[in-house]
Design a protein around this ligand. Structure first.
Ligand code: NAP
Length: 409
C-alpha cells in the first residue's frame, strides 16, 4: 500500500475486508497494537480504500470510560433520524440510551439489537454495505476500552454474513406482541401468520377453542384464549390477565348484520347497529395502559356503505359510524394509534358461509370485473394490517382494500 511501508500484510487484510463487504458479507476486525505503532494510519488506509462504502466513525477516549454509551453515541449520532423505523422495543431502548427520553436503563441485548437495526437501516438507504468502522472498542457493549486496541466492525444487512438481498431484511415486529381478537380463521388467522413472519409473539382469540387449537397447531403462537368478544366482561377479563405491555391489537371478531331492515326486530336492528361499535369502544378502553405508546389498534370494517343497496341499511349505517368512531378514538387514546380497514369482498370462511352455493359464481364474477383481475384474499388484508402496525405515522384513518371493487360496482 502506498505510503505505508512494511504494512503490506495488514493493508491486504483490510482490503480483503472491504472486498468482502462489497460482496455482501458482514465482517468484524480488531486491529491491535501498542500506542503509536500506526493503527490510525491503517484505519486511514481502510477509509481511503472504501470510498464507495458508507462509513461511521467514533473514537474511544479513556477518560470517558465511565460515561455511559459515549462511544456508541458518537457512532450512531448521524443515524438517529432513522430511529422511527426501528421496532418499538429497540427504538425505546435507544431513545433512553441517547437521552431522548427518560426511563430505566434498557436491556443491553436490546441496545445491541437496536444498533444493528440502525446500521441495517443505513445500509438499506445507501443500497450498499455500511462500515461503522474505526471505532475504539466500546465500554458500553461490555468491553472495557483498551488504548492499545482499535476495532472496525463492518455490518451488512445481517450480522452473520449472509449475502445482502431484498429478502434478508430485519423482521419489523421483532420483540413485539400482537393480539388478534378473532384469529382462528380468515383475515385474523392470516394477520397472525404475517405478524409471526415479522418476528412478533402472537396471542389468538376466538369463540371456539377447537378452532383455536387447530390454528395453534399450524402457527407457533404464544397462547390462545376462547371467549365471545361481544361480551365486554369477557374482553375485560382477558385483557386484565394479559401480560403487558403489548404492542398491537387486531380485531376481526364479528360479522355484518345483513337483511331487510324493515323486517328486523327492534332488538336485532339494535344489535346490528351497535355491536361492532361497542366492541371497538371496549377494546379502546382496555387498551389504555396495556398497549405501548405508538402501538396500534386495528379494526375491520367494509366498503359496502359507499353505495346504498337493498338489505345493507343496518350493516352500512354501522360501518359509516365506525369510521367516525375510529377517528375520534385515535384522539382519545393517543399516543396509541387506531386505524380501520375497510374491505370489499375477501375470500374467507365468512364469505363462504354468507354466499353458500353462490361462492364460486361470485368469485368468477369478481375475477372478470375487478381491475386487479383476481379476488382479494385474507393474506392481502393481513399485509395491510401489519403495515398499519409497523408504520407509526398512521392513525385515525380508514384504509380501503377491495381490488377496485367500489370503482366498478
Ligand atoms: N370476508 C369479507 O369479505 C369481509 C369484508 C369486509 C369486512 N369483513 C370483516 O372482517 C372481519 C373478519 O372477517 P373474516 O372474513 O376473516 O371472518 P371469518 O373468516 O369468519 O373469521 C372470523 C374470526 O373471528 C372469530 N370470531 C367471530 N366472531 C367472534 C366473536 N364474537 N368473538 C370472538 N371471536 C369471534 C372467528 O372464530 P369463532 O367463530 O370460533 O369465534 C374467526 O376466528 C369481520 O368483522 C368481517 O365483518 C369481512
Amino acid at each position: 500500500m502506498d505510503g505505508l511501508r512494511g504494512r503490506a500484510e495488514e493493508c491486504a487484510a483490510l482490503d480483503a475486508l472491504v472486498v468482502a463487504i462489497r460482496g455482501g458479507e458482514s465482517r468484524s476486525l480488531v486491529l491491535r497494537g501498542e500506542a503509536g505503532i500506526g493503527k490510525t494510519a491503517l484505519l486511514d488506509h481502510l477509509v481511503a480504500s472504501a470510498t464507495d462504502v458508507s462509513l461511521a466513525r467514533a473514537t474511544g477516549v479513556e477518560s470517558k470510560m465511565e460515561l455511559a454509551f459515549a462511544s456508541l453515541h458518537q457512532l450512531c449520532a448521524p443515524m438517529l433520524d432513522r430511529l422511527p423505523r426501528l421496532p418499538l422495543p429497540q427504538r425505546q431502548a435507544l431513545e433512553i440510551v441517547f437521552g431522548r427520553s427518560a426511563g430505566a436503563a434498557p436491556d443491553r441485548f436490546l441496545v445491541g439489537l437496536g444498533v444493528l437495526s440502525l446500521f441495517s437501516e443505513m445500509a438499506d438507504q445507501a443500497r450498499h454495505p455500511v462500515a461503522p468502522g474505526a471505532a475504539e472498542r466500546d465500554a458500553e457493549l461490555g468491553v472495557r476500552p483498551d488504548p492499545g486496541l482499535s476495532g472496525t466492525h463492518l455490518v451488512n444487512r445481517r450480522p452473520t454474513g449472509a449475502p445482502m438481498t431484498p429478502s434478508t431484511r430485519e423482521p419489523e415486529l421483532l420483540g413485539q406482541t400482537v393480539v388478534v381478537i378473532g384469529g382462528s380463521a380468515g383475515i385474523g388467522l392470516e394477520t397472525a401468520r404475517r405478524a409471526l413472519g415479522e418476528g412478533a409473539e402472537v396471542v389468538l382469540t376466538g369463540r371456539n377453542q377447537a378452532r383455536l387449537d387447530q390454528a395453534a397447531d399450524e402457527l407457533d403462537v404464544q397462547r390462545t384464549a376462547a371467549f365471545d368478544a361481544t361480551d365486554p366482561a369477557a374482553v375485560e377479563a382477558f385483557f386484565a390477565e394479559l401480560q403487558s405491555p403489548i404492542d398491537h391489537v387486531m380485531v376481526t371478531a364479528g360479522a355484518p348484520h345483513y337483511g331487510p331492515p324493515l323486517e328486523m326486530s327492534r332488538e336485532e336492528a339494535q344489535r346490528g347497529l351497535t355491536e361492532h361499535l361497542l366492541l371497538t369502544l371496549t377494546i379502546a378502553r382496555v387498551a389504555v395502559g396495556k398497549v405501548r405508546p405508538l402501538g396500534s389498534l386495528v379494526f375491520m370494517g367494509g366498503t359496502g356503505a359507499r353505495r346504498p343497496r337493498v338489505g345493507l341499511a343496518i350493516a352500512s349505517t354501522a360501518t359509516v359510524a365506525q369510521n367516525t368512531l375510529i377517528a375520534n378514538l385515535a384522539l382519545e387514546v393517543a399516543p396509541i394509534r387506531v386505524n380501520l380497514i375497510a374491505a370489499g369482498f375477501v375470500d374467507t370462511p365468512l364469505s363462504a358461509a354468507i354466499l353458500g352455493d353462490d361462492l364460486d359464481r361470485r368469485r368468477d364474477e369478481l375475477r372478470s370485473m375487478l381491475p386487479i383481475g383476481r379476488v382479494v384474499g385474507p393474506a392481502d388484508v393481513a399485509a395491510l394490517a401489519v403495515h398499519l402496525m409497523i408504520n407509526t405515522a398512521l392513525t385515525g384513518a380508514t384504509y380501503d382494500i377491495d381490488g377496485g371493487q367500489q370503482l366498478v360496482s
